[in-house]
Write a new protein. Structure first.
Length: 427
């Protein structure tokens, strides 16, 4: 009988249980209900994204194993997922027993179910103060959440997502933080800061940042070069930047980041100079501006690259092949010209038949075309596992996801919601 085992052994067993197993076992008897309650509430994920049920490839089996696994107190455990409005309301109702709220250490909002913003804000306003041991909070929703709602969560060490900050964000010894207002920049305690996100700000000056910072996000900010040049971040490993202006001379700043492993770039730069200056130890690289052939040639020097996202002309897709590293596992290509050569003729044809029928015909044509590209990629790149093509069709961005599993090419229809999550989980 499990109940006869020492509690230490039981805890090790419980940490390896998944959501359905925890729920089933907790309903077995009062002993397991009491022991498992803390485990049940410790990591809560609110995510209404439809789940992947296919496991007909090695990478999908691995993805299913890892997608809901989170680090907590120096060990990895499976979180409990809430995906419907009914489950969400039931969860908050259970927090009327305030002890349940104190068990919560991670609360990650990935995608809310269909619930009014006012309702969900009021629920968090009412119940967040009871989460005394909350250590990690993430809010991903179109409507930002004020950091003021987290004032009473004194154990909080990680704040991520679409958070709105006003004034002084507090003196918490925070490890991960989001800032959205300039006044708050000068008031943070950065001694333990490992991840910082700056969003929608006029960055005339950057906050004093610890040299231990490993992850920096600058999103939709007006940035001056002197702001970046004052940064001393020798240990930076992940850098994501999206800026409005071009006078932020990034290339010089990036060339000094010898430990950089992940770069996501959305701005206008001389890409030839950029790729020449970057550390060749990059593991992932996302460039959201078109690359020309000359810039593409520099990709051959990134021998450790596992994920590459770029924008190129359709005629250059095959030209890209000789310059890609054999280490690449994930590849995302956005086509920056119309797939079909005679666009005016297509518009004329579209007017003669059903729009849906024409759209499906275009999708099928493009799928076959991209399949031809993948056959070439598969012959040259031994490690390539997942490929995404992004194409502009009828003024909408269509995504085509393919998986290569043991030299078999699988078209993954309706996987556009999951590609980035698969990359982030398996990378």
């Amino acid at each position: 009988m499990l109940t006869n085992l020492p509690i230490e052994i039981l805890e090790n067993i419980f940490y390896n249980l998944q959501q359905d197993e925890i729920l089933s076992l907790s309903l077995t008897n009062s002993f397991f209900h009491k022991v498992l309650k803390q485990r049940l509430y410790s990591v809560i994920i609110i995510d209404s994204t439809p789940k992947i049920y296919q496991t007909n490839s090695d990478s999908l089996v691995e993805f299913k194993r890892l997608e809901n696994l989170y680090k907590l107190d120096n060990r990895f455990i499976y979180g409990v997922n809430i995906s419907t409005v009914y489950q969400l309301k039931l969860f908050f109702r259970s927090l009327n027993h305030t002890q349940n709220a104190r068990y919560i250490k991670k609360l990650l909002i990935k995608k809310l179910p269909d619930i009014p913003d006012l309702t969900i804000t009021e629920l968090f306003q009412d119940y967040l103060p009871f989460m005394r041991n909350l250590n990690d909070f993430e809010w991903n929703h179109d409507n930002p959440l004020s950091v003021n709602l987290l004032r009473q969560n004194t154990e909080l060490r990680k704040i991520n997502g679409n958070i709105k900050t006003e004034g002084n964000p507090g003196s918490l010894y925070i490890g991960e933080l989001v800032l959205t207002s300039s006044p708050s920049c000068s008031n943070i305690n950065s001694s333990n800061l490992l991840k910082l996100a700056l969003r929608n700000m006029n960055l005339t000056e950057l906050p004093s940042i610890s040299t231990s910072l490993k992850h920096l996000i600058i999103d939709n900010c007006n940035c001056k070069y002197k702001s970046l040049s004052s940064l001393n971040v020798p240990n930076l490993e992940i850098f994501e930047i999206s800026i409005e202006n071009e006078d932020c001379k990034l290339i010089k700043f990036l060339s000094n980041l010898s430990k950089l492993q992940h770069l996501k770039l959305t701005t206008n730069l001389n890409l030839d100079s950029l790729l020449t200056s970057l550390s060749k130890d990059l593991i992932s690289l996302e460039i959201n501006q078109p690359l020309n052939i000359q810039a593409l040639k520099n990709l051959q020097y990134f021998k450790k690259l596992r994920y590459l996202k770029l924008q190129i002309l359709e005629k250059d897709v095959i030209e890209l092949l000789p310059y890609l590293s054999q280490s690449i596992v994930f590849l995302s290509i956005q086509i920056v010209e119309l797939t079909n050569d005679n666009h005016s003729q297509n518009n004329s044809n579209c007017s003669l038949i059903s729009q849906d029928l024409w759209y499906n015909e275009i999708k099928n044509m493009n799928k076959l075309k991209f399949l031809d590209f993948i056959l070439e990629f598969n012959r040259k790149l031994a490690s390539l596992n997942w490929i995404e093509f992004i194409n502009n069709e009828s003024n909408t961005m269509s995504k085509y996801i393919f998986e290569i599993d043991r030299n078999k090419i699988l078209y993954r229809d309706e996987f556009d919601l999951y590609f980035n999550k698969i990359v982030n989980t398996l990378l």
